[in-house]
Structures are given as C-alpha cells and as structure tokens.
Design a protein around this ligand. Structure first.
Ligand SMILES: NC(=O)c1ccc[n+]([C@@H]2O[C@H](COP(=O)([O-])OP(=O)(O)OC[C@H]3O[C@@H](n4cnc5c(N)ncnc54)[C@H](O)[C@@H]3O)[C@@H](O)[C@H]2O)c1
Length: 251
C-alpha cells in the first residue's frame, strides 16, 4: 500500500516550486492533497487548489476550514509559502521587514493555528515547515530573509515542544539554493544572469543547485509515518552548504 494512503495533507505555497513538487509527491504516495496559495491556478488533479494568502488570517481560516471539510480532516500540514528579500540591514525599510516577516513567520503561525484542531484529531499528525540554509549560515545581503528563516527554525522547535504530548510532530527542512521559479526570478533580475547562476552553483559544495524534488522528498519523509520518532529537527537538503568546509580545488 502507498505510504501515505488515507492521509490528508495541506501544502501552503503549493502552486509553484518546492511546494508544488511536495504536493505532487505526497499525492503520488497516496495522500489527498489541498494546495493553499495566492495563485493556486497552476494546480491540477489530483491536487485541489484553494486561494489563500497566508498574510491574511481570515483568508487562511476560510481556506483551512474548506480544505479540511473537503478532505475530511488534516493529518499533514506543510508550511511552505515564503517570499524573499535582498539586502543588508540598511537596505530595507520597516514596511518591508513587516511584509516579509508577516508571510514567512506569521504565515506559519496563522496556518498552523487554524489547522491545529484538525491535526489534534489525527492519529498521524505532522507539520513540516520550509526553512532555509539562511537560518544556519550567514549569507551576504540576506539580512531580512535570514532573520525570517532563523525565526522559522526556532518556531519549529518551540512548536515541536508545545505539541508533542498531543501527538503532533513538527520539523523543518533547510534547502540550499533550489532551482525553482523563485531562483529564476532572482537570476532574471541580476545584471549578468549567467554569471549569477555560475556564482550560485559555485556556492554549493556539490557544484549544482538543489532540485525542488529533492526538497520534496525530505518533506515527504518528515511528514510520513517513517519519521514517527522524528520531531523538533531541521533536515538540511543543501548540497553540503551549511555543514562542509572544502579546500579550494587544486588543478
Ligand atoms: N528556492 C530556493 O532557493 C529556496 C531555498 C531555501 C528555502 N526556500 C523556501 O522554499 C519555499 C518555497 O520557495 P520556492 O523556491 O518554491 O518559491 P516559489 O516562488 O517557486 O513558490 C512559492 C509559492 O508560494 C506562494 N506564496 C507566496 N506568498 C504567499 C502568500 N502570502 N500566501 C500564500 N501563498 C504564497 C507563491 O504564489 C508560490 O506559489 C519558501 O518558503 C522559500 O523561502 C527556497
């Protein structure tokens, strides 16, 4: 039998990139999957799309209630919706800090808060947050984004502690630079997209970007029953970026 057969999953930001790859993989493994996204238009069957903006509490509550009713409950919540921000601490005004933290951190709070009553009713409840290598490594010109993902890492651990006795596991994945439409937009905005792509590849010890499917596989593992004893952890899927210190190549 498929590993996730009978389980019901909600994936935020599931309309693109890592979220879409995750939603498809969870469905391939037998789960019924609802995608919550500001742009759920790219989602096709067997996935079900629900318009939701994680920065708007009423929108999140309505979408979680509708998805939960359609699926008949929620066992798996993947808090993946996120946005980027470039620059040092000097470069973004308060309004931009509020906007990014509102989506990347409070988005997780809102969606989890809305889903908790249904997760409590599940015998296999699991939450997986999409964090980032930016939470554990200092990256240049990513002050705001890194602060948001550092908060996601701490929030993951705190939520894991709060809900362990309710049978709800909470973990996160820390992707390195992943080849998604997000990075496509970053490259398109660069002065020299080819040079920028080469620099991003070179920053990865493996010499290539992570794929959305590789991150999805880690999320599906943490979400599923194989990870029944795993909670409060961060699983890096980063081509070695956070943990390795390589010597410069010798020719
Ligand atoms: N791509 C990378 O290099 C990378 C690396 C580390 C972590 N991440 C994280 O992975 C997650 C997904 O990134 P991706 O690369 O797949 O990006 P993406 O832009 O391809 O997909 C993000 C999705 O989130 C949705 N979204 C954005 N704001 C939303 C909101 N307010 N409410 C609901 N949905 C919203 C978008 O519509 C989109 O479908 C993010 O949390 C990001 O921080 C990405």
């Amino acid at each position: 039998m498929a590993e996730l057969a009978g389980l019901r999953a909600v994936v935020t930001g599931g309309g693109s990139g890592i979220g879409l790859a995750t939603a498809r993989l969870l469905a391939d493994r037998g789960a019924a999957v609802a995608v919550l996204d500001i742009e759920p238009g790219g989602v096709d069957k067997p996935l079900r799309g629900y318009p939701a903006d994680v920065s708007d509490d009423a929108s999140v509550r309505a979408a979680v209630a509708e998805a939960g009713a359609d699926l008949g409950g929620i066992d798996i919540l993947v808090n993946n919706a996120g946005i980027g921000a470039a620059g040092t601490v000097e470069d973004n005004q308060d309004q931009e800090w509020h906007r990014v933290l509102d989506v990347n951190v409070l988005g997780i709070v809102r969606t989890t808060r809305a889903a908790l009553p249904l997760l409590r009713a599940s015998p296999h409840a699991s939450v997986v947050n999409t964090c980032s290598v930016a939470a554990t490594a200092g990256l240049p010109r990513r002050a705001l984004y890194s602060a948001s993902k550092g908060a996601v890492l701490s929030l993951t651990q705190a939520m894991a502690a709060d809900h362990i006795r309710e049978g709800i596991r909470v973990n996160c994945v820390n992707p390195g630079t992943a080849d998604t439409p997000w990075v496509g937009r970053l490259l398109a905005a660069a002065e020299d997209p080819e040079a920028e792509r080469a620099a991003l590849h070179a920053r990865q010890p493996m010499g290539r970007l992570v794929t959305a499917e590789e991150v999805a596989a880690a999320i599906a593992y943490l979400a599923g029953p194989s990870a029944a004893s795993v909670t409060g952890t961060a699983l890096a899927v980063d081509g070695g970026m956070a943990g390795l210190r390589l010597r410069a190549p010798t020719t």
